[in-house]
Design a protein around this ligand. Structure first.
Ligand code: SF4
Length: 125
């Protein structure tokens, strides 16, 4: 049996989680989670070990907007944690043209994840 410690990031309390893992096999298997103050910590630990994902937020330049030079963006859903840097790099070449509205797709199917990157603020001309 292996033991890992994680900080739960589901709320500001930041509980220290102790995760017991089955040592055999390539796929990690969670045997138990302790240290969590609520069920979300258990869920977080199991997902973080077996299928870690993250939402990605960033900002991209926009042309033709009188008030802003950058527009904040985010992935519509989580993407695999291992692709976060690829998503950030994919956004590096994007430049938008005003008007941009909240929810506009900035980059569809980013890195073949099936997830779109969308604008999170209006940026009108
Ligand atoms: S286990 Fe619950 S209380 Fe503790 S940090 Fe996670 S969400 Fe917050």
């Amino acid at each position: 049996m292996d033991v890992m410690e994680l900080i739960c990031i589901r709320c500001p309390k930041g509980c220290l989680l102790r995760v017991e893992l089955e040592a055999r096999g390539e796929e990690p298997r969670v045997l138990s989670v302790s240290g969590n103050s609520c069920p979300r910590g258990d869920e977080y630990a199991r997902k973080e070990i077996c299928d870690p994902t993250r939402a990605v937020t960033s900002s991209v330049p926009v042309r033709g907007c009188a008030l802003e030079r950058m527009v904040s963006v985010k992935t519509e859903r989580d993407v695999p944690k291992g692709l976060v840097l690829d998503v950030v790099n994919a956004l590096a070449g994007i430049e938008l043209k005003a008007p941009v509205r909240i929810g506009d797709v900035v980059l569809a199917n980013v890195c073949d994840t099936g997830v779109n990157v969308v604008a999170t603020k209006d940026c009108l001309a």
